[in-house]
Design a binder for this molecule. Sequence first.
Ligand SMILES: Nc1ncnc2c1ncn2[C@@H]1O[C@H](COP(=O)(O)OP(=O)(O)OP(=O)(O)O)[C@@H](O)[C@H]1O
Length: 274
Amino acid sequence: MAEDPTSTGEAAEPGGTAHAAVTVQGLWKRFGEQIAVSGIDLALPAGRFIGLVGPNGAGKTTTLSMITGLLRPDMGTVVIGGHDVWRDPVAVKSRIGVLPEGLRLFERLSGAELLTYMGALRGIPAAEVERRSGQLLEVLDLSGARHKLVVDYSTGMRKKIGLATALLHNPEVLFLDEPFEGVDPVSAQTIRGVLERYTASGATVVFSSHVMELVESLCDWVAVMAAGRIQAHGPLADVRGGAPSLHDAFLELVGAHGRSARAGTSLDWLGGTG
Ligand SMILES: Nc1ncnc2c1ncn2[C@@H]1O[C@H](COP(=O)(O)OP(=O)(O)OP(=O)(O)O)[C@@H](O)[C@H]1O
Protein backbone atom coordinates (compact mmCIF):
# COMPACT_ATOMS: atom_id res chain seq x y z
CA MET A 1 0.00 0.00 0.00
CA ALA A 2 1.58 3.29 -1.02
CA GLU A 3 1.77 5.99 1.60
CA ASP A 4 -1.14 8.39 1.40
CA PRO A 5 -0.01 11.88 2.44
CA THR A 6 -3.57 12.77 3.40
CA SER A 7 -3.85 9.73 5.68
CA THR A 8 -5.56 10.42 8.99
CA GLY A 9 -3.60 7.72 10.74
CA GLU A 10 -6.58 5.37 11.18
CA ALA A 11 -5.81 1.65 10.91
CA ALA A 12 -7.84 0.75 7.84
CA GLU A 13 -5.78 -1.75 5.88
CA PRO A 14 -7.77 -4.44 4.09
CA GLY A 15 -8.46 -7.45 6.26
CA GLY A 16 -6.81 -5.81 9.25
CA THR A 17 -8.10 -4.99 12.68
CA ALA A 18 -9.68 -1.55 12.98
CA HIS A 19 -7.90 -0.97 16.28
CA ALA A 20 -4.57 0.87 16.14
CA ALA A 21 -2.03 0.08 18.87
CA VAL A 22 0.01 3.13 17.90
CA THR A 23 -1.09 6.20 15.96
CA VAL A 24 1.52 8.57 14.58
CA GLN A 25 0.57 11.85 12.95
CA GLY A 26 2.77 14.42 11.25
CA LEU A 27 5.99 13.31 12.96
CA TRP A 28 9.07 15.42 12.12
CA LYS A 29 12.65 15.51 13.35
CA ARG A 30 15.54 17.59 12.10
CA PHE A 31 19.16 17.50 13.31
CA GLY A 32 20.70 20.75 12.05
CA GLU A 33 20.50 20.60 8.25
CA GLN A 34 19.61 16.91 8.28
CA ILE A 35 15.90 16.06 8.18
CA ALA A 36 15.88 12.61 9.79
CA VAL A 37 12.09 12.10 9.83
CA SER A 38 10.00 13.99 7.35
CA GLY A 39 6.32 14.03 8.32
CA ILE A 40 5.22 10.48 9.11
CA ASP A 41 1.57 9.40 9.42
CA LEU A 42 1.12 5.80 10.46
CA ALA A 43 -1.40 3.63 12.27
CA LEU A 44 0.14 0.41 13.56
CA PRO A 45 -2.53 -2.28 14.00
CA ALA A 46 -2.84 -4.02 17.37
CA GLY A 47 -1.97 -7.68 17.80
CA ARG A 48 0.43 -7.78 14.85
CA PHE A 49 4.08 -8.52 14.40
CA ILE A 50 5.17 -5.29 12.72
CA GLY A 51 8.46 -4.66 10.92
CA LEU A 52 9.86 -1.18 10.32
CA VAL A 53 12.37 -1.66 7.52
CA GLY A 54 14.65 0.72 5.68
CA PRO A 55 18.25 1.24 4.58
CA ASN A 56 20.94 2.71 6.85
CA GLY A 57 20.07 6.27 7.77
CA ALA A 58 16.41 5.93 6.72
CA GLY A 59 15.21 7.29 10.05
CA LYS A 60 14.08 4.08 11.78
CA THR A 61 15.86 4.66 15.09
CA THR A 62 14.82 8.32 15.17
CA THR A 63 11.20 7.31 14.52
CA LEU A 64 11.18 4.58 17.18
CA SER A 65 12.87 6.92 19.67
CA MET A 66 10.16 9.55 19.15
CA ILE A 67 7.35 6.97 19.32
CA THR A 68 8.65 5.58 22.61
CA GLY A 69 9.22 8.92 24.31
CA LEU A 70 13.03 8.81 24.19
CA LEU A 71 13.42 11.71 21.73
CA ARG A 72 11.18 14.76 21.49
CA PRO A 73 9.78 15.35 17.99
CA ASP A 74 9.97 18.80 16.38
CA MET A 75 6.36 18.31 15.29
CA GLY A 76 3.68 15.66 15.38
CA THR A 77 1.87 13.44 17.83
CA VAL A 78 2.08 9.82 18.93
CA VAL A 79 -0.81 8.11 20.71
CA ILE A 80 -0.50 4.70 22.37
CA GLY A 81 -3.41 3.07 24.21
CA GLY A 82 -5.36 6.33 23.96
CA HIS A 83 -2.58 8.35 25.63
CA ASP A 84 -0.35 10.99 24.04
CA VAL A 85 3.28 9.93 24.46
CA TRP A 86 4.52 13.42 25.22
CA ARG A 87 1.57 14.76 27.24
CA ASP A 88 0.97 11.60 29.27
CA PRO A 89 4.35 9.81 29.37
CA VAL A 90 3.79 7.81 32.56
CA ALA A 91 0.57 6.22 31.26
CA VAL A 92 2.29 5.37 28.00
CA LYS A 93 5.46 4.02 29.59
CA SER A 94 3.46 1.62 31.76
CA ARG A 95 1.95 0.15 28.57
CA ILE A 96 5.07 -0.23 26.46
CA GLY A 97 8.32 -2.16 26.57
CA VAL A 98 11.38 -0.87 24.75
CA LEU A 99 14.61 -2.49 23.67
CA PRO A 100 16.49 0.47 22.21
CA GLU A 101 19.55 0.30 19.96
CA GLY A 102 22.74 0.37 22.04
CA LEU A 103 20.81 -0.26 25.24
CA ARG A 104 22.70 0.87 28.31
CA LEU A 105 22.21 -1.50 31.19
CA PHE A 106 23.28 -1.35 34.83
CA GLU A 107 26.54 -3.16 34.21
CA ARG A 108 27.45 -3.89 37.82
CA LEU A 109 24.27 -5.79 38.56
CA SER A 110 23.82 -9.47 37.80
CA GLY A 111 21.06 -10.45 35.37
CA ALA A 112 18.79 -11.46 38.25
CA GLU A 113 19.52 -8.25 40.19
CA LEU A 114 18.82 -6.16 37.11
CA LEU A 115 15.37 -7.73 36.75
CA THR A 116 14.67 -7.29 40.48
CA TYR A 117 15.63 -3.62 40.21
CA MET A 118 13.60 -3.00 37.06
CA GLY A 119 10.60 -4.76 38.64
CA ALA A 120 10.85 -2.47 41.69
CA LEU A 121 11.06 0.62 39.44
CA ARG A 122 7.93 -0.59 37.68
CA GLY A 123 6.14 -1.04 41.00
CA ILE A 124 5.57 -4.77 40.58
CA PRO A 125 5.26 -6.71 43.89
CA ALA A 126 8.56 -8.43 44.79
CA ALA A 127 7.16 -11.97 44.76
CA GLU A 128 5.70 -11.41 41.30
CA VAL A 129 9.00 -9.97 40.06
CA GLU A 130 10.77 -13.07 41.31
CA ARG A 131 8.26 -15.37 39.62
CA ARG A 132 8.39 -13.52 36.30
CA SER A 133 12.19 -13.09 36.41
CA GLY A 134 12.75 -16.79 36.98
CA GLN A 135 10.52 -17.67 34.04
CA LEU A 136 12.04 -15.06 31.72
CA LEU A 137 15.61 -16.13 32.57
CA GLU A 138 14.62 -19.75 32.00
CA VAL A 139 12.87 -19.18 28.66
CA LEU A 140 15.66 -16.90 27.42
CA ASP A 141 18.26 -19.49 28.37
CA LEU A 142 19.91 -17.18 30.90
CA SER A 143 19.29 -19.18 34.08
CA GLY A 144 22.93 -20.30 34.20
CA ALA A 145 24.07 -16.68 33.95
CA ARG A 146 21.59 -15.20 36.43
CA HIS A 147 24.35 -14.37 38.95
CA LYS A 148 26.89 -13.16 36.36
CA LEU A 149 27.41 -9.40 36.13
CA VAL A 150 25.82 -7.81 33.07
CA VAL A 151 29.19 -6.27 32.17
CA ASP A 152 30.41 -9.82 31.50
CA TYR A 153 27.45 -10.74 29.27
CA SER A 154 28.01 -11.37 25.54
CA THR A 155 26.17 -9.28 22.90
CA GLY A 156 23.45 -11.90 22.53
CA MET A 157 23.05 -12.25 26.30
CA ARG A 158 22.72 -8.46 26.59
CA LYS A 159 19.97 -8.45 24.00
CA LYS A 160 18.17 -11.23 25.87
CA ILE A 161 18.41 -9.61 29.32
CA GLY A 162 17.33 -6.32 27.69
CA LEU A 163 14.33 -8.13 26.24
CA ALA A 164 13.55 -9.60 29.67
CA THR A 165 13.54 -6.11 31.25
CA ALA A 166 11.29 -4.86 28.43
CA LEU A 167 8.79 -7.70 29.00
CA LEU A 168 8.81 -7.83 32.80
CA HIS A 169 5.77 -5.54 33.27
CA ASN A 170 3.79 -7.38 30.54
CA PRO A 171 3.45 -4.41 28.15
CA GLU A 172 0.74 -4.08 25.49
CA VAL A 173 3.23 -2.99 22.85
CA LEU A 174 6.87 -3.97 22.59
CA PHE A 175 9.33 -1.86 20.55
CA LEU A 176 12.62 -3.40 19.53
CA ASP A 177 15.35 -1.58 17.62
CA GLU A 178 17.44 -4.13 15.68
CA PRO A 179 16.82 -6.92 18.24
CA PHE A 180 18.73 -9.54 16.23
CA GLU A 181 21.83 -7.46 15.47
CA GLY A 182 24.95 -9.31 16.65
CA VAL A 183 22.89 -12.25 17.92
CA ASP A 184 23.85 -15.84 17.00
CA PRO A 185 21.25 -18.12 15.34
CA VAL A 186 20.52 -20.05 18.54
CA SER A 187 19.84 -16.91 20.59
CA ALA A 188 17.90 -15.44 17.66
CA GLN A 189 15.67 -18.51 17.64
CA THR A 190 15.10 -18.16 21.40
CA ILE A 191 14.20 -14.47 21.08
CA ARG A 192 11.95 -15.26 18.15
CA GLY A 193 10.10 -17.94 20.15
CA VAL A 194 9.47 -15.52 23.01
CA LEU A 195 8.18 -12.83 20.64
CA GLU A 196 5.88 -15.27 18.84
CA ARG A 197 4.44 -16.40 22.15
CA TYR A 198 3.95 -12.76 23.15
CA THR A 199 2.07 -11.75 19.97
CA ALA A 200 0.00 -14.95 20.03
CA SER A 201 -1.58 -13.62 23.25
CA GLY A 202 -2.75 -10.45 21.46
CA ALA A 203 0.16 -8.09 22.17
CA THR A 204 1.86 -6.00 19.49
CA VAL A 205 5.53 -6.12 18.50
CA VAL A 206 7.15 -3.34 16.49
CA PHE A 207 10.72 -3.95 15.46
CA SER A 208 13.19 -2.29 13.14
CA SER A 209 15.58 -4.18 10.93
CA HIS A 210 17.29 -4.10 7.59
CA VAL A 211 17.41 -7.91 7.37
CA MET A 212 14.57 -8.51 4.93
CA GLU A 213 14.47 -12.31 5.24
CA LEU A 214 13.98 -11.95 8.97
CA VAL A 215 11.20 -9.40 8.58
CA GLU A 216 9.53 -11.51 5.91
CA SER A 217 9.59 -14.64 8.08
CA LEU A 218 8.46 -12.92 11.29
CA CYS A 219 6.19 -10.02 10.41
CA ASP A 220 2.65 -9.94 9.12
CA TRP A 221 2.60 -6.14 8.70
CA VAL A 222 5.42 -3.89 7.51
CA ALA A 223 6.29 -0.23 7.02
CA VAL A 224 9.10 0.59 4.60
CA MET A 225 11.09 3.75 5.35
CA ALA A 226 13.57 5.61 3.18
CA ALA A 227 14.96 9.13 3.47
CA GLY A 228 12.80 9.94 6.49
CA ARG A 229 9.51 8.97 4.86
CA ILE A 230 7.21 5.96 4.86
CA GLN A 231 7.36 4.62 1.30
CA ALA A 232 4.81 1.84 1.80
CA HIS A 233 2.96 0.20 4.65
CA GLY A 234 0.38 -2.50 5.23
CA PRO A 235 0.02 -6.28 5.43
CA LEU A 236 3.21 -8.02 4.27
CA ALA A 237 1.59 -9.53 1.16
CA ASP A 238 0.31 -6.11 0.02
CA VAL A 239 3.69 -4.41 0.44
CA ARG A 240 5.46 -7.30 -1.34
CA GLY A 241 2.89 -7.04 -4.15
CA GLY A 242 4.01 -8.89 -7.29
CA ALA A 243 7.69 -8.97 -6.25
CA PRO A 244 9.20 -12.43 -5.62
CA SER A 245 10.30 -11.43 -2.11
CA LEU A 246 10.15 -8.54 0.33
CA HIS A 247 13.83 -8.00 -0.45
CA ASP A 248 13.01 -7.28 -4.13
CA ALA A 249 10.02 -5.11 -3.24
CA PHE A 250 12.20 -3.20 -0.78
CA LEU A 251 14.99 -2.55 -3.34
CA GLU A 252 12.35 -1.29 -5.77
CA LEU A 253 10.70 0.94 -3.15
CA VAL A 254 13.94 2.52 -1.95
CA GLY A 255 15.23 2.90 -5.52
CA ALA A 256 18.30 0.70 -4.97
CA HIS A 257 17.98 -1.64 -7.98
CA GLY A 258 21.13 -1.38 -10.11
CA ARG A 259 23.15 0.35 -7.39
CA SER A 260 25.36 -2.72 -6.72
CA ALA A 261 26.19 -3.01 -10.45
CA ARG A 262 27.23 0.66 -10.56
CA ALA A 263 29.42 0.20 -7.48
CA GLY A 264 31.12 -2.74 -9.27
CA THR A 265 32.11 -0.70 -12.32
CA SER A 266 33.47 2.25 -10.32
CA LEU A 267 35.79 -0.03 -8.30
CA ASP A 268 37.63 -1.40 -11.34
CA TRP A 269 40.99 -1.32 -9.44
CA LEU A 270 39.71 -3.64 -6.67
CA GLY A 271 40.68 -7.32 -6.76
CA GLY A 272 43.83 -7.75 -4.71
CA THR A 273 46.05 -8.47 -7.74
CA GLY A 274 48.10 -5.26 -7.47
N1 LIG B 1 21.68 12.78 17.13
C1 LIG B 1 21.83 12.99 15.82
N2 LIG B 1 22.49 14.08 15.36
C2 LIG B 1 22.62 14.30 14.04
N3 LIG B 1 22.11 13.51 13.08
C3 LIG B 1 21.44 12.42 13.47
C4 LIG B 1 21.27 12.09 14.85
N4 LIG B 1 20.55 10.95 14.94
C5 LIG B 1 20.30 10.58 13.67
N5 LIG B 1 20.82 11.45 12.80
C6 LIG B 1 20.73 11.38 11.32
O1 LIG B 1 19.38 11.15 10.99
C7 LIG B 1 19.29 10.22 9.92
C8 LIG B 1 18.46 9.03 10.34
O2 LIG B 1 19.21 8.28 11.31
P1 LIG B 1 18.61 6.99 12.04
O3 LIG B 1 19.63 6.53 13.03
O4 LIG B 1 17.24 7.30 12.53
O5 LIG B 1 18.50 5.97 10.82
P2 LIG B 1 18.28 4.38 10.84
O6 LIG B 1 17.26 4.10 9.78
O7 LIG B 1 17.98 3.92 12.20
O8 LIG B 1 19.71 3.87 10.37
P3 LIG B 1 20.52 2.50 10.69
O9 LIG B 1 19.78 1.38 10.04
O10 LIG B 1 21.84 2.75 10.04
O11 LIG B 1 20.61 2.36 12.18
C9 LIG B 1 20.72 9.87 9.51
O12 LIG B 1 21.10 10.70 8.44
C10 LIG B 1 21.53 10.21 10.75
O13 LIG B 1 22.84 10.60 10.42
